[in-house]
Design a protein around this ligand. Structure first.
Ligand code: PGA
Length: 251
């Protein structure tokens, strides 16, 4: 049985002070036990986040890393630094990194390897843009991304670590959600691909999230699908009350 993972990706939002207020509020709200919850903040809030959530079941994540351990890489953050803070997850290949910051699959592959080497769990994001969806090549696009991003990585390295987030770019921050059937069909496609690339046992164990305009009103419908094991949530994760509704979707 895969335990669902609902993760809030704060993107470039929330100061350290705002993070403290969010966490205080979240603490007073009741959270679900059946779901793993993760908060993914900017680097500047990670220390506050990990210290605060240390004693709780809530996991933490970073939004990016660089693949070297240390050195002359001005402005970058290494896996060692994240691990030292007690961070659990790291997003790799978010579409905003791919498009705005021109991160390509070769770089993302190195980042995933670095994360795994340091025992950080990668949340690998993949997904097509609107034009690709209109041309009905979303499966080809996602397959190419996953094949390249996981290149040279063995099955053993991925067990209980890899999470994949299917995030169609046209649904991110736009209010347009993929229909739950379309999301399910892509998540199933990804699981079948993992069977092809590795084996059924690994494919069955990997959690595949959907992301793109998930909110309290549509989360239950999305989560009801067989191959969707969680959500990566941007906008609706910034407010503690809304986030609490998301993680309690089953109640
Ligand atoms: P959104 O973002 O929920 O605001 O659409 C999702 C994401 O980019 O991870």
């Amino acid at each position: 049985m895969r335990r669902p993972l609902i993760a809030g990706n704060w993107k470039m939002n929330m100061t350290d002070g705002e993070t403290k207020k969010f966490l205080d509020k979240l603490k007073s709200l009741k959270n679900s036990d059946n779901v793993e919850v993760c908060i993914i903040s900017p680097f500047t809030s990670l220390k506050t986040l990990t210290e605060f959530l240390n004693e709780t079941e809530i996991s933490t994540g970073a939004q990016n890393l660089y693949y070297e351990d240390n050195g002359a890489f001005t402005g970058e953050i290494s896996p060692i630094m994240l691990k030292d803070l007690g961070v659990d997850y790291v997003i790799i290949g978010h579409s905003e990194r791919r498009t705005i910051f021109k991160e390509d699959d070769e770089l993302l592959n190195k980042k995933i390897i670095a994360a795994l080497n340091h025992n950080l769990k990668p949340i690998l994001c993949c997904g097509e843009n609107l034009e690709q969806r209109e041309n009905n090549i979303q499966e080809k696009i996602v397959e190419n991304q996953i094949r390249s991003d996981l290149k040279g990585i063995s099955e053993e390295e991925l067990y209980s670590k890899l999470v994949i987030a299917y995030e169609p770019i046209w649904a991110i921050g736009t209010g347009k959600t993929a229909s739950s059937d379309d999301a399910q069909s892509m998540c199933k496609f990804i699981r079948n691909l993992l069977t092809k690339l590795y084996c059924e046992e690994l494919a069955d164990s990997v959690r595949i999230q959907y992301g793109g305009s998930v909110k309290p009103e549509n989360v239950a419908e999305i989560m009801s699908k067989d191959d969707i094991d969680g959500a990566l949530v941007g906008g609706a994760s910034l407010d503690a009350e809304s986030f609490s509704k998301l993680i309690n979707y089953g109640k």
